[in-house]
Design a protein around this ligand. Structure first.
Ligand SMILES: [Ca+2]
Length: 392
């Protein structure tokens, strides 16, 4: 089985590798120089979001779904069954991996996260489809990012996403634990059931591959329930921690309406309950994204409303001195482009723009590089490309 997977991984190398059209990666020297000088150079006032510029970093990507950065400035992108590496010098390669049990349908890899101790442990985490649900697998790699060997699952049994849900987001929180956002997988009872990993945010200690002692359902006998941090969600497509308050905000995609931003608290119920329409069919007609009649249901911080939705797909906060007054803005990607909103606790004001992303078209995976540069996947003119947005 492992050999077959390795052959598949090597075969992937023969595919067209994305074309690097810019000679710098995430934490390149030029980024760092810009980060230290841009504010004065741009003449940005203390209250305005700085002017930005956009350049294309990678072209020819095929349906990238997630992205993360190593401390050395490598950008890791999951696309289809491949992990693409863009190094700090702008060179691309495909990281050979031996993740097994990938479905023949392709598009197996959903998201990627880099260990907080990557410089010493060279460990990655990938969320992916299998022939039996979605799982998070730990990978051992090395500093040159040529190969990655699977070290077994961190969590299994996450429902397979439907055609209209994303299925999995993973990211390390400021507390060092791995957070996993899931979809309900089209199961009307999943989101409100603590026996299902669907429609949840999980919180996992990757050292023990179990639940931290302060998880809200730690006293339950079922090990799966112990991993649950919050529930009542439909399709978690974004996880972002506010740069100054460390509060976790999650993007929950609605069924063609009511896309939401939620302020996530331990044990919180975010109110999605399609079983109220039918426990046997996935009938979402008339089902509110947040049913406030449910016990302890928490209203969304922001909702796109019942008349439509942009089809959200990712979110990250701007942070760092480079962004001046833009620091703390939540940047949300979607089929409709990019939205920027400032959040204060449970209050959202959708009032800001990043002008270089105003007309960029549909956007997907998004992440903020340590240098302050914002990386965004766009699909505006046929092929998918990775663009970088920096302060002018
Ligand atoms: Ca909700």
């Amino acid at each position: 089985m492992a050999a077959a997977s390795l052959i598949r991984a090597i075969g992937a190398l023969s595919l067209t590798i994305a074309l690097a059209v810019s000679a710098v990666g995430c934490s390149s020297a030029s980024d760092l120089v810009l980060a230290g000088t841009s504010r004065n150079a741009a003449g940005v006032s203390a209250t305005a979001v700085p002017a930005t510029k956009l350049d294309t970093v990678l072209d020819g990507l095929d349906s990238p779904s997630g992205m993360a950065f190593t401390p050395a400035g490598d950008t890791l992108i999951v696309a289809g069954d491949d992990i693409i590496v863009l190094d700090a010098q702008g060179r691309t390669s495909t990281l050979k991996h031996d993740i097994g049990d990938l479905p023949d349908s392709g598009n197996a890899l959903l998201d990627i996260a880099v260990s907080p101790d990557f410089s010493t442990d060279h460990t990655l985490y990938v969320c992916h489809r299998t022939n039996d649900g979605v799982r998070v697998t730990q990978l051992q790699t090395e500093s040159k990012l040529r190969w990655a060997r699977q070290q077994g699952p961190i969590v299994t049994g996450i429902p397979t996403p439907t055609e209209t849900t994303g299925g999995c987001r993973i990211a390390f929180g400021p507390d060092g634990y791995l957070y996993v956002g899931t979809s309900d997988g089209g199961d009307p009872t999943a989101s409100q059931s603590l026996a299902s990993l669907g429609g949840k945010i999980l919180r996992i200690d990757v050292e023990t591959r179990g639940a931290p002692d302060d998880n809200p359902f730690i006293t339950r006998a079922d090990p799966h329930s112990q991993l649950i941090y919050s529930y009542g969600l439909r399709d978690v497509v974004g996880l972002a921690w506010h740069p100054t308050t460390d509060a976790l905000y999650a993007l929950d995609r609605g069924p063609g309406r009511e896309d939401e931003v939620n302020l996530i608290v331990s044990g919180g119920n975010y109110g999605w309950n399609p079983a109220s329409a039918s426990t046997s069919d996935y009938d979402t007609d008339g089902v509110a994204m947040t049913d406030l009649s449910l016990p302890q249901a928490r209203p969304a911080v922001w909702s796109s409303g019942t008349s439509g939705a942009p089809g959200v797909s990712g979110a990250t906060f701007l942070s760092g001195d480079t962004w001046s007054a833009g620091s703390g803005l939540l940047i949300i990607t979607s089929s409709a482009g990019v939205q920027a909103m400032r959040l204060t606790g449970e209050v959202a004001a959708q009032s800001e723009t990043l002008e270089s992303l105003e007309n960029v078209g549909a956007t997907g995976a998004i992440a903020l590089c340590a240098s302050g540069a914002l990386y965004v996947v766009t699909a505006d003119d046929g092929g998918d490309r990775l663009v970088r947005v920096r302060v002018r």
